[in-house]
Design a protein around this ligand. Sequence first.
Ligand SMILES: Cc1ncc(COP(=O)(O)O)c(C=O)c1O
Length: 403
Amino acid sequence: MYEMVHHMAQEVGTPFYLYDKAVIRRQWEALHENKPAQLRVFYAVKGNPTLAILRIFRALGAGVEIASGGELFLALKAGFSPEDIIFTGPAKTDAELEFAVQTGIRTIHLESLREAERLHLICTRLEKRQAVLVRINSSMEVKTQVQLSGCPSPFGISEEDVEDILPAILQLSKLDFKGIHVYNASGILDYRLLLKNVEHVFELVTSLEKTLEIDIPVIDFGGGLGVDYSDRDQHVDVPSFYRGFDALMHEYGFQNRHFILEIARYLMASSGSYITKVLDKKMSRGTLFLITDGGIHHFMRKALFDSNHSAEVLQSTISYQKETVHVTGCLCTSIDRLLTEVALPKASIGDYIRIKKAGCYSLSAAINHFLSHEMPAEILLEGKDWKIIRSRGKHGDLLINQP
Ligand SMILES: Cc1ncc(COP(=O)(O)O)c(C=O)c1O
């Protein structure tokens, strides 16, 4: 690994991101083994919107979930057909809604009555119809670091209010109601919690269909499958999830429905590494720091969620002695921590730190512009070969859109 990374670093500089296509494919296959045929997997673009990554998912047969006009633009550039694009997000602008309607995407997922009314007006003006799902903020709470339902949240219509609000949405003649979207929480490792959510949603669907005398043919569960970022490396038991899902589907008589999963983390996280170089090493009042050329402008998960990812030191001469260190970056802020209090082999200046499972919500979820450093290159490993899928940024990029 050292030789390969060193070679890449000489070509693109550090820091950089490295993704392994075989791991992306492995995760995709793991999600498709014994999958109920009624369930379709969409890749959530926000996790990693790099074009080459999107193209991998297109080739695998995924649809995509987008959350902005920019993501719609990227999905189209990557070659996704409008039929394979669904749009969720709590504050879609009129321009974004119009872009989606004009493109003719599969479904727009409405987050409020007001948004439904805006979409209806846009469709009326454009003389078009649009298929929609209605997003519901479920009353079931699953406690994780990223909770979207079961608590006060800006996402969707509260389950308690749906019976009152849904009829008004159904009145909007330009919108074709197809079903509901209930995304509970991200990062769930226990498949039994995922199933509890499915059961809760099936109950809700049964009740809404009865009370409002409607059909709900499409049910979107959002994302949620977790990844263990630590060395323990636990996995979601997908086969058991599917077995339970199938059983619930039969119990509720829902075999003729269409189900959706919008997945980012499970599909992308383990494929990616963030590679930085050690520029300095400093003992400060008893704490040892490895100071790298990386930082939270590229990788912010540690600072945001206080979660140390599993990591390794890549060095030309392997050190068997370990030391406890904090790995920091090059930004002028105390929150610029990549790893805290981790036992790593003794590192020297010029060694590389590889942060693992950094393929998702990493570059796309970091504070890219802080301190005006170049954006890192991104590299895709394909078997023994590798190719640059995003070149390292240049200082000139900092001038874009400025007079
Ligand atoms: C609407 C929506 N769908 C899907 C996802 C992907 O979730 P996950 O990374 O848990 O798969 C997200 C993530 O925030 C989301 O907001």
